[in-house]
Design a protein around this ligand. Structure first.
Ligand code: TXA
Ligand code: MG
Length: 318
């Protein structure tokens, strides 16, 4: 049976919290993308998240908390972590930190690692849900593993509707790109996933930040192929090929495409980020031969947009 979609309201939050405390899964909006939530202290619920997504068990989940004080109960925060949390929480920054022993978090949530990824989301519905549930919520993006992250409740219903008890709907997510994942568990800060907090802002606060080198072990979610639509993706496109649809960026788009959607006509990276996943879904139709994407500048949010596009275009690993 397909899960009910409930617009966010006080009643819907209360109902969702009851379901979560009973070990059921609830999809909910955050400022980045929709999450597939389960009680992070309930190993059974966490196992159900992996099963619903078809996610490899070695790929750990993000634990969502209300604030810094709650994060301290599950993880050990050093000075840079407190600084980053004070500046960016609640918000789209995930910190990878040493796990605190005996905190009650399911080991499976962090895939057996001795670190845990934590973030305090800024979305009012996510905050209300965390508050009402009174538990940390483990939540990956609410898509099948390897597919495009959902920025609307209908995207969740399409892919995971049979596996969740309830989908909370608050319309399109404002940022549209996942959180930035920053590893502060080692000697020096390392960027594991570019995301909605631009690298430049982190560097300004913390000094130089190492690139993860997309080490498969360090951030297991960063497989080369991810965010994959069904159609082939072609990047940095300036000329049309027969039957292709175009994702355009900036005022001057090439012509000759079967269809065109504008990520941002004014060249606004925040607008492009918010549109990216929904537009990729929209163009992913068998009537086109492929999806072509114009060049996106590699700075600020462009870094995260290009990261997702490169993964969407990478040879499929499954
Ligand atoms: O914006 C977001 O981050 C969304 C919303 C729902 O919060 N969530 C999200 O979760 O994107 P997910 O599971 O799709 O991506 C989490 C990423 C993965 O790349 C995973 O490998 C990495 O974080 N990660 C989680 N725990 C980790 C850990 N302990 N060490 C290293 N990487 C970790
Ligand atoms: Mg994901």
């Amino acid at each position: 049976m397909t899960a009910p979609i409930s617009p966010v309201s006080r009643e819907a939050i209360v109902r969702a919290a009851i379901l979560l405390r009973a070990g059921r899964l609830v999809a909910f909006p955050t400022e980045t993308v929709y999450g597939l939530g389960g009680d992070a202290t309930n190993a059974r619920a966490v196992a159900d998240i992996f099963a619903a997504k078809g996610r490899p068990r070695f790929n750990p989940l993000i634990v969502h908390v209300q604030d810094l004080a709650e994060a301290e109960t599950y993880a050990v925060l050093n000075a840079p972590a407190r600084l980053a949390a004070a500046r960016f929480w609640p918000g789209p920054l995930t910190l990878v930190l040493p796990r605190r022993h005996g905190s009650g978090l399911s080991l499976l949530a962090s895939a057996g690692l001795d670190t845990v990824a934590i973030r305090a989301p800024a979305h009012s519905a996510a905050q209300a849900l965390l508050h009402e549930t009174g538990r940390p919520i483990a939540a990956p993006s609410a898509n099948r593993s390897g597919r495009i992250s959902p920025t609307e409740a209908a995207h969740v219903a399409d892919e995971l509707g049979d596996d969740v008890a309830l989908i909370l709907d608050d319309g399109p997510t404002p940022l549209g790109l996942e959180s930035t994942v920053l590893d502060l568990s080692g000697e020096a800060p390392a960027l594991l996933r570019p995301g909605a907090v631009p690298l430049e802002q982190l560097t300004e606060l913390l000094g130089p930040i190492a690139a993860s080198g997309s080490s498969a072990v360090k951030s297991p979610g960063m497989l080369a192929s991810h965010y994959a639509p069904s159609l082939p993706i072609r990047l940095d496109v300036i000329d049309a090929r027969p039957g292709e649809a175009l994702l355009a960026y900036g005022p001057d788009a090439p012509t000759g495409f079967a269809e065109m959607l504008w990520l941002s006509r004014s060249g606004d990276l925040a607008e492009a980020a918010a549109n990216l996943f929904a537009m990729l879904r929209q163009l992913d139709r068998p009537s086109f031969s492929g999806i072509a994407v114009m060049p996106i500048p590699e700075h600020g949010l462009g870094r995260a947009i290009n990261d997702r596009l490169r993964r969407a275009a990478a040879p499929r690993e499954y």
